[in-house]
Design a protein. Structure first.
Ligand SMILES: Nc1ncnc2c1ncn2[C@@H]1O[C@H](COP(=O)(O)OP(=O)(O)OP(=O)(O)O)[C@@H](O)[C@H]1O
Ligand code: SF4
Ligand SMILES: [Mg+2]
Length: 326
């Protein structure tokens, strides 16, 4: 099958240089994403999911944080070679981050209508009637009731869920090819979360954008994603199509994560139930970073970090158990 690749991340490393040492928040992450595809990134708190996303946007917190190496090929161009003004154009149009706290993405002193019409106003010459119609149409696409009235409202006059949909409408107007959604760690109200997921799907339907969906919840991955990457201590340890990963997990960490999910439809705090702690990112062992918690660990695991093995088509995992040569 031919895949139309949108994003190709190669050996990405993002480190924090602190007084006590170098924190390797992202340490050799590689993956690809096709156009229109949805990739879930899962992993324990602190495993580097958000830093991976912020690295793609070139928004790693400074000072201290720095992308030290790698390539981020987006639509055929390396984002790590772009200057900051080129990057802000890409962030405004091509790559949209949709946060769950929508207040920070909206301007409190501009009406919803003005914020929606902004994109078109700067682009082309449109009559104000035409701009207005487009704004109303965008609100309709994200299922906002009485859109004509909402156009005149200000962000503080709307509910949180409604504001989130406005952010979604603005995202649609920009026709991004990549959307990054980073779920907060705190559990959300279930209704708000469902609305958020539905909004992302609506945006994807309208724009054909690919989505990177960062979450703690395998149930959501099953519902939302085509593929899934499992992160552990700054690296992707397994990457596969969703059903392949669920039914044929190969990495002991994935197995442990899935083993602690009794029912995929049920939202549970699954990540806390694996015994032991992830390693310190400023003092990583030379071998497999999961070794201290792994029930299958053997001699080689302590000495050398496992390379990536191809398990099946589009299914990769980094574990020495998969090495049938030695
Ligand atoms: N400003 C910073 N200085 C030093 N280290 C940092 C800084 N910000 C993040 N880190 C380190 O980077 C690692 C990865 O953080 P990241 O926010 O990507 O985790 P995450 O997987 O998104 O976790 P969560 O699920 O809790 O959101 C963390 O373990 C943290 O120690
Ligand atoms: S490489 Fe070894 S320690 Fe690491 S996950 Fe595989 S078996 Fe476990
Ligand atoms: Mg995070």
């Amino acid at each position: 099958m031919n895949h139309d690749v949108l994003l190709e991340v190669e050996d990405l490393r993002t480190h924090f240089f602190t007084r006590t040492g170098v924190v390797k928040a992202v340490d050799g992450v590689s993956f690809t994403l096709d156009r229109g595809e949805t990739l879930g990134i899962v992993g324990e708190s602190g495993s580097g999911k958000s830093m991976t996303a912020l690295s793609l946007m070139r928004l790693v917190p400074e000072p201290g944080g720095r992308i030290v190496s790698g390539r981020i090929m987006f639509d055929g161009e390396d984002l790590l070679l772009k200057d900051s003004s080129e990057m802000s154009v890409i962030r405004g149009r091509e790559i949209c981050m949709i946060l769950q706290d929508p207040m920070t993405s909206l301007n409190p002193v501009l009406s919803i209508g003005n914020q929606l019409m902004e994109t078109y106003r700067s682009d082309e010459r449109h009559s104000s009637r035409d701009l207005w119609e487009r704004g109303v149409d965008l609100l309709r696409k994200v299922r906002i009731p009485a859109p004509e009235i909402r156009m005149r409202a200000f962000p503080h006059q709307m509910s949180g869920g409604m504001r989130q949909r406005v952010v979604g409408a603005i995202a649609i107007s920009r026709m991004p090819s990549l959307i990054i959604a980073d779920e907060p760690t705190t559990s959300l109200d279930a209704t708000i979360q469902l609305q958020y997921l539905r909004l992302l799907k609506d945006i994807q339907k309208e724009t054909g954008a690919a989505i990177i969906f960062i979450t703690h919840d395998f149930g959501i991955v099953a519902r939302m994603c085509d593929r899934v990457a499992v992160m552990y201590a700054g690296r992707i340890v397994e990457n596969a199509d969703v059903s392949e990963l669920f039914y044929n997990p190969q990495h002991p960490y994935t197995e442990a994560l899935l083993g602690s999910v009794p029912d995929l439809e049920q939202d549970v705090e699954w990540l806390t139930s694996i015994a032991g702690q992830p390693p310190n990112l400023d003092d990583m062992p030379p071998g497999c970073s999961f070794e201290p918690r792994c029930p299958y660990a053997f001699g080689r695991c302590v000495e050398e970090y496992p390379r990536e093995f191809l398990v099946a088509q589009r299914h990769r995992a980094s574990c020495w158990r998969l090495d049938d040569t030695g």
